[in-house]
Design a protein around this ligand. Structure first.
Ligand code: NAD
Length: 469
């Protein structure tokens, strides 16, 4: 099929590259000339596993890039809208980018087309897109609007797209459902997975995936409700972690016990410094606004957000509890991205913590495998940027682990101990077994687990003091 994907960001690029890998002809549209020029030259502007391979495989064949939205809309049967929906000052989703795309494609809607919302949008957006397209001259029977929310996670976006838990398609007509079924048929039939050069299947994936057809409003709600539920799971376990810290229990053991219940499951029960990224924070606020508009006071969401923010403050307090005064202290920081596997720092709790520590007067040396360039735009010359984890730790009063990159879970601990001025590690992502850390001479403070202190530090502390993290 001929597909236009409007917006070549994290979602648009991955969607376009994966559709090409499914055999469709894809035109990727963006209004950022710099981004387009980079893409034309074969530079991939985001860090995402398998994306460079897919773009290289199909660029100039099944994938083209353009800034000309109207022409792309003219020549394609299906137009996916994957532009940003950032929060307004009031926390609602700013839908002006979506509206602008709808307006621009109206004149291209002559023969039957399907316009698909891929961006995360509040309920009723599909109705508004329809209204805008009709107001701008398209005949009501010449197009349909579908909602096809995207559930990919940055860091594993390509495999999430190609091996999804489910594909949700919200439609108002069988004709429109047929188009979406055809687009995803290589996945739902299982045909894609038999290709020799298919992107490898991740461990947990069930194939073929299920395609769930709903109304457009239900599909819009599925996306907001899914993100709100996942954020709630994170805040829930973070609240439990705080109780564990107070009573000297171990949240890891608690999670094992809770997660073994098949009604709950073990995933997303990872305590830490809170969620971030471009989705959860904004989608929760948008969903809260949607609920308010409908007359429902969704206070549960407010509490999820409050716990999330509190989690970061608790970690800062922990740093203070371990180092006493902060002014002038030198800290090595591992991780700036909002999660491992991505260069995205939008709403990253790691960046927010670095800013708060700078405010406290700390001197900070950071390292992130992929997010340094983006972080420089935000943190500027206020921090030192190092070439690796041991360089970041060199001469530091303590090491802080703030993003769960795989390479941070596999450090050479002896080398790390030697690099640090004091053998202290504060881990906001629970990447290590506490006993392993003390065995390597490191005092280790994590989230929701008792602190693991070296013998020297135990001797430093009078009985009863600093017994938990
Ligand atoms: P992004 O900011 O990375 O990309 C958006 C792109 O749209 C940019 O390249 C921008 O230049 C382009 N754009 C904006 N207006 C345009 C226009 N009028 N014409 C052409 N291009 C235009 O955003 P993203 O992270 O890809 O998110 C896009 C949407 O997908 C959002 O609604 C987001 O909530 C949703 N989503 C994101 C993720 C994620 O993990 N990033 C996951 C699921 C859903």
């Amino acid at each position: 099929m001929r597909i236009a994907v409007v917006g070549s960001g994290y979602v648009g690029l991955v969607t376009g590259a994966c559709f090409a890998d499914l055999g469709h002809d894809v035109v990727l549209v963006d209004n950022d000339d710099q981004k387009l020029a980079a893409l034309e030259n074969g530079t991939i502007p985001i860090h995402e596993r398998f994306l460079p391979e897919l773009i290289a495989r199909h660029r100039g064949k099944r994938i083209r890039f353009t800034g000309d939205l109207q022409s792309a809309a003219h020549e394609c049967d299906t137009i996916f809208i994957a532009v940003g929906t950032p929060p307004t000052d009031h926390g609602e989703a700013d839908l002006s980018y979506v509206e602008s795309v709808a307006r621009e494609i109206s004149s291209a809607v002559g023969s039957y087309k399907v316009v698909v919302e891929k961006s995360t949008v509040p309920v009723y957006t599909s109705q508004w897109i329809r209204t805008v397209i009709i107001r701008n001259g398209a005949h009501p029977s010449s197009f349909d609007i579908a909602s096809n929310p995207e559930f990919l996670r940055e860091g594993s976006a390509v495999t999430d797209f190609l091996y999804p838990d489910r594909i949700v398609v919200g439609v108002e007509s069988e004709r429109c459902a047929g188009v979406l079924r055809e687009i995803y048929a290589p996945l739902t039939s299982g045909e894609y997975y038999s290709h020799r050069d298919a992107i490898p299947r991740p461990d947990r994936a069930q194939v073929p995936p299920r395609l769930i057809v709903t109304s457009t409003r239900s599909a819009e709600l599925i996306k907001h409700a899914s993100n709100a539920f996942l954020a709630m799971k994170i805040s829930f376990i973070n609240a439990v972690a705080s109780i564990c810290e107070s009573v000297g229990a171990n949240v890891q053991q608690v999670c094992e016990g809770i997660g073994a219940d098949s009604r709950i499951g073990p995933r997303f029960l990872n305590p830490g410094i809170g969620y971030g990224g471009s989705c959860f924070p904004k989608d929760l606020m948008a969903f809260r606004s949607v609920a308010k508009e409908c007359g429902y006071d969704f206070r549960l969401l407010e509490e999820v957000i409050r716990i999330n923010e509190d989690q970061r403050h608790r970690f800062l307090k922990k740093v203070r509890g371990v180092l006493w005064t902060l002014r002038g202290k030198r800290l090595g920081v591992l991780g700036l991205a909002f999660k491992g596997g991505t260069d995205d720092i939008r709403e990253s709790p790691a960046v927010l913590l670095v800013q708060e520590l700078l405010h406290e007067g700390c001197r900070i040396c950071v390292y992130d495998p992929a997010a340094m360039a983006r972080a420089k735009e935000v943190l500027g010359a206020g921090v030192e940027y190092s070439s690796g984890p041991y360089e970041a730790a060199s001469g530091a009063d303590a090491l802080l682990i703030l993003t769960e990159w795989e390479e941070f879970a596999a450090l050479d601990l002896d080398r790390m101990r030697k690099a640090l001025k004091y053998p202290i590690v504060l881990d906001g992502r629970n990447l290590y077994d506490p006993a392993t850390m003390t065995a390597h001479g490191l005092s280790y403070y994590s989230v929701g687990r008792p602190a693991a202190l070296t013998e020297d530090v135990q001797a430093e502390v009078s009985p009863g003091k600093r017994e938990t993290a």
